[in-house]
Design a protein around this ligand. Structure first.
Ligand code: SAM
Length: 331
């Protein structure tokens, strides 16, 4: 198996594929200005194109795939896509990030197709607040989706919570408390600024990880768990005797660029080497001009080699990338 190493010695083995930029929710932090520009069908990569790019990526050294969006469960035929991706020789892990709303229906077929892990976004346990954050009254569907994923054997189930001051920061303890009963990884994420944020708006909502940990420590002692590659960028803790884990992901206050192993493929076919860099490579254009598998593979290697050493955001003075919403990149 070929190894893809960037100029800073990082092994790049992980590709996040956004299969749609459409979403059945409208989370206030994901596309703060609405982000409703809909791409036409022709602009979005077809499943055959995604498969071709993935094959080239695997040929270049990628072995872990995550399907994201928009909301990936919304795209017609995505179970078929997952099955074909899982069948590619060289893919060791196929996971998905979803808001969970359609997961009750799709957990079993996805598992059967080869998706063994799912990350579910959940920012609140309160129905009314869920509606305020997402625009929809669908919190109970998310819980049903989480339960369905657990029942079919997806493991671990990771719950991702973006913490925002004055919006859901008073629920950190309750969300972390889910791990006392369930084997979930509940992971708190710092709010990232993307298109639509001003520095002031971001600063007003931003809660640093140090503050989140402090708040949970006040109710019970969290025990640090030794780092494992399966944790991704999260630092994990657990409450004594709890089946689940509590994680913290600090893209801003303690960025983890030195261990970044990922590339991103946007729904409209651009390779993005860093979430916070506006630079993109038009792999779709290349593909549609008839590029060979070798040429696609070379382009992917080129994208990996062009990864910046680190992003230039920090919690004091972020330079906000303005060309895409999070929904369009896939998180
Ligand atoms: N629809 C799916 C979902 O809800 O998980 C996948 C796409 S969503 C863009 C992927 C992740 O990005 C979600 O966990 C979401 O919370 C996160 N996200 C979106 N905007 C964010 C922001 N400004 N800061 C931090 N995380 C963000």
């Amino acid at each position: 198996m070929m190894k893809l190493v960037d100029p800073y010695g990082r092994t790049i083995d992980y590709l996040r594929i956004s299969i749609t930029d459409r979403c059945n929710l409208d989370c206030l932090y994901c596309a703060p200005l609405g982000g409703r520009k809909r791409r036409s069908h022709a602009e979005i990569l077809s499943y055959e194109e995604i498969l071709r790019i993935t094959n080239a990526a695997v040929h270049s050294g990628i072995s872990k795939i995550r399907i994201t969006g928009g909301e990936p469960l919304q795209r017609k035929g995505m179970v078929r896509l997952c099955r074909m991706l899982a069948d590619i020789d060289g893919i060791e892990s196929l996971a998905m990030t979803s808001n969970g709303i359609l997961l009750k229906e799709f957990a079993a077929p996805l598992f059967e197709a080869g998706v063994r892990r799912v990350n579910i976004s959940l920012d609140t346990l309160k129905p009314e607040r869920f509606r305020n954050i997402t625009g929809k009254d669908l919190l109970s569907q998310v819980f049903e989706g989480i339960e369905a994923a657990e029942k079919v054997g997806m493991n671990p189930i990771k719950i991702n919570t973006v913490v925002m001051r004055g919006i859901n920061d008073d629920e950190i303890e309750d969300l972390a408390g889910l791990t006392l009963e369930k084997p979930y990884h509940v992971r708190f994420i710092e709010l990232m600024p993307t298109q639509g944020y001003t520095k002031e708006k971001h600063r007003a909502l931003f809660v640093p990880i140090s503050e989140m940990i402090h708040r949970i420590n006040m109710i019970e002692n969290l025990q640090l768990i030794d780092k494992d590659p399966s944790f991704g960028p999260a630092t994990l803790y657990s409450f004594p005797g709890a089946p689940g884990k509590v994680g913290f992901i600090a893209p801003l206050s303690r960025h983890f660029c030195e261990t970044c192993n990922r590339l991103r493929l946007t729904a409209d076919g651009k390779l993005r080497a860093c979430l916070f860099s506006e630079k993109e490579i038009d792999i779709k254009g290349f593909l549609r001009k008839g590029a060979s598998m070798q040429a696609l593979s070379d382009l992917i290697k080129h994208a990996a080699r062009s990864k910046p050493q680190q992003h230039h955001l920090n919690d004091i003075a972020p330079k906000i990338p303005s060309n895409r919403t999070m929904r369009a990149i896939g998180g």
